[in-house]
Design a protein around this ligand. Structure first.
Ligand code: SAM
Length: 317
């Protein structure tokens, strides 16, 4: 039933946009020393080889994250190894370096980019930083593809995370309902971040995303929700961000909508644009994205065709 394999796409322009938003948002939430529940409803396999068959066949990482490296952008070596200082979190220019630093921390041989971490490992890395680990965040991962679910479980079991990370080969849309609102932490506060990143290989995924967000906002209006979607000529894809914006506005919540289009290939094949819609985004994220997306676009759109551009729009609560 599921033919999509994220291994072909890992590290492409869509992952770059998604993971920039994910890191910027998560870092901000982790400034508070109260536990955070993180839910990745469509987790994928977790780790991907950049020098393996899938990446070589598709060439998508070479046109994505590796273009940033080739363009000379440097990882922030401190990103994944030590807790970022307050200044680093607030710095508008540092999101790209922070993102590359997190990726670099999975590639220990200098100069060799062999592994790309998917969202589960990016989140696991952030929650396991020395300053954050004592806070005991939790991460719930869902993946329906049997092979990728198995690989994810294998990959996660290599980490020394105890029971703080769980993997379930179950439907992420349905499973989310039981997880929010999260139980209150000591002191009574409830905090959750949800990444919803389906493959949209089934047309009904668009409606499921919107319905899940509507339900989630009813259950837990103060959760932070990140939705990725492809920008393709399909009515459902066009209407999804509009519907999410309406849901956020009706619930009286702030929102942020970021899009990145690297320009269509000459033959018109492949995905050239995608968007992230975030409900209850951290305030600094808009400036952080605006500071780095011009560089990201310049590196990834070079030599590509028409339509290249980026946009970040936000609305207050
Ligand atoms: N979030 C991952 C990341 O950023 O590294 C990538 C996820 S990939 C775009 C989408 C994944 O969702 C695929 O691995 C697919 O098998 C899985 N999937 C599809 N439908 C699902 C469902 N209903 N519940 C959970 N996983 C699903």
């Amino acid at each position: 039933m599921y033919s999509y394999r994220h291994g072909f796409h890992a590290g492409n322009h869509a992952d770059v946009l998604k993971h920039l938003c994910l890191i910027g948002t998560t870092r901000h939430l982790m400034r508070k020393p109260t536990p955070l529940l993180m839910v990745d409803t469509h987790a994928g396999a977790g780790l991907y080889r950049l020098d393996g068959d899938y990446a070589r066949t598709s060439g998508e990482a070479a046109e994505g994250v590796l273009r940033l490296i080739d363009a000379g952008f440097k990882p922030n070596q401190a990103s994944a190894l030590v807790p970022p200082s307050q200044a680093a979190i607030n710095s508008e220019a540092n999101l790209l370096e922070d993102y590359l630093g997190v990726i670099a921390s999975f590639n220990t041989q200098p100069g060799a980019w062999r592994v790309y971490p998917g969202s589960p490992f990016i989140l696991a890395r952030l929650m396991d930083e020395p300053a954050r680990a004592p806070v005991h965040d939790r991460l719930k991962l869902f993946e329906m593809h049997p092979t990728d679910a198995h690989t994810l479980l294998d990959n996660i079991s290599q980490l020394d995370v105890g029971r703080r990370i769980s993997v379930a080969p179950e439907d992420g849309f349905a499973s989310l309902k039981a997880l929010i609102p999260p139980p209150p932490a000591a002191g009574g506060s409830r905090r959750a971040l949800v990444l919803m990143d389906p493959s949209y290989e089934i047309k009904t995924d668009y409606a499921k995303v919107a319905d899940s967000m509507q339900d989630a906002l009813k259950r837990f209006a103060t959760g932070v929700y990140l939705v990725w979607y492809p920008i393709i000529p399909r009515p459902e894809a066009h209407s999804l961000p509009r519907r999410l914006k309406t849901l956020a506005q009706q619930a009286g919540r702030g929102w942020l909508h970021a899009t990145l289009n690297v320009g269509a290939a000459d033959d018109g094949r492949g995905l050239s644009a995608s968007g992230m819609f975030i409900i209850n985004p951290p305030h600094p994220l808009k400036n952080q994205l605006e500071a780095v997306l011009p560089d990201v676009l310049a590196a990834m759109s070079e030599g590509k065709g028409r339509g290249a551009g980026w946009a970040v729009e936000a609305g207050a609560a």
